[in-house]
Design a protein around this ligand. Structure first.
Ligand code: ADE
Ligand code: ZN
Length: 335
């Protein structure tokens, strides 16, 4: 049913993609070889990333970034990632970028990395028609002090391309409010805000994001809000957009299958949901596969998935002209 109803071929908007997390294992292995770094420990026998659980996943993820050392490495990574996005019919992607891995949160170094990433993204746009915008992300388990340095990098480079600020990392570490200063700095610089919540934390973590930080428009995941019906109503009323990544949640063991994932119940309750891959090679995920799996699990057809893409276009951290162009491309596609 899925392949036949053509959902995999739809044009897609992806709002939640970690740039380093999208690095194909072969790409990281090649860089490791070039730089003489031994990263064998992070790969399984089949050559893919190997991890036991969420915290180990974060370890493996950070180990892989050890070979991403120069702006040129990040430019090559951006090219590889956007080629894969284009192969999946993605027309617009927002990538989480981490100054932690790009020059150790030094503003001057960060500018060079950002310049290289942006140049590679603009070349990919000319070649493949996929548009990218950047969201600087701080890493929760690195703590609030490092987050402030990250936010300064973000604030200093905020503009038409670097348009957002967010936070990923281990939700078990600290409260959202510990990072309020960083989010305030980013917001005051004109950046739009999202934060990971309601992935490993329960509904309380979602409430923290909405009450302890000001101006959060979207939530990374947010899906565990489903455990509190009142919170679901509040999200629907507020129009908070969830960046759902069903394949990531299933592979990390949050839900046993896509069919058991709450995305459909959240949508039915009027919450604005969107679909992304998070860290695709870690989860053997692609955007095409996400659409096929959702179609198979919930009977979603091209109309439903186009509606989700329209929600994503509305929620994208981009300028009005880019948004209008995206909406036009979504509508121009056969639905
Ligand atoms: N960083 C990369 N992927 C992540 C995830 N799924 N949750 C939190 N932080 C992350
Ligand atoms: Zn994420």
């Amino acid at each position: 049913m899925t392949e036949e109803n053509g959902v995999a071929d739809l044009p897609k908007i992806e709002l939640h993609l970690h740039l380093e997390g999208a690095a194909p294992p072969d790409f990281i292995r090649r860089l490791a070889q070039e730089k003489g770094v031994n990263l064998a420990r992070i790969f399984g026998e089949d050559g893919t990333y190997a991890y036991r659980d969420f915290v180990h996943f974060l370890d493996v993820y950070e180990a892989a970034t050890e070979v991403l050392k120069t702006p040129e490495d990040f430019a090559r990574l951006t090219t590889a990632v956007l080629e894969e996005s284009a192969r999946n019919g993605v027309i617009y992607t927002e990538a989480f970028l981490s100054p932690d891995f790009c020059g150790g949160r030094d503003v001057g170094a960060w500018r060079e990395y950002l310049h290289a990433i942006r140049e590679a993204a603009e070349a990919a746009e000319r070649q493949h028609g996929v548009t990218m915008r950047g969201i600087v992300t701080c890493i929760r388990h690195f703590g609030p002090d490092k987050a402030r340095e990250t936010a300064l990098c973000a604030a200093e480079t905020a503009g038409d391309w670097l348009t957002g600020f967010g936070m990923g990392g281990d939700e078990a570490k600290g409260r959202q409010g510990d990072f309020a200063y960083s989010f305030d700095m980013a917001r005051e610089a004109g950046l739009r805000l999202t934060t990971h919540a309601g992935e490993w934390g329960g509904p309380d973590s979602v409430r923290q994001a909405l009450t302890e930080l000001r101006g959060i428009e979207r939530l990374g995941h947010g899906v565990r809000a489903i455990e509190d019906p009142r919170l679901v109503e509040e999200l629907a009323e507020a129009g908070t957009v969830l960046e759902c990544c069903p394949g990531s949640n299933v592979k990390l063991g949050l839900y046993p299958s896509v069919a058991k994932h709450p995305i459909e119940r959240l949508r039915a309750a009027g919450v604005k949901v969107t679909v992304s891959t998070d860290d695709p090679p870690f989860f053997h995920a692609t955007m095409r596969r996400e659409y096929e799996d959702l179609s198979r699990a919930f009977g979603w057809d091209a109309e439903v998935l186009t509606e989700l893409n329209e929600t994503a276009a509305e929620a994208a951290f981009c300028d009005a002209e880019t948004r209008a162009r995206l909406k036009q491309r979504l509508r121009a596609a056969p639905a």
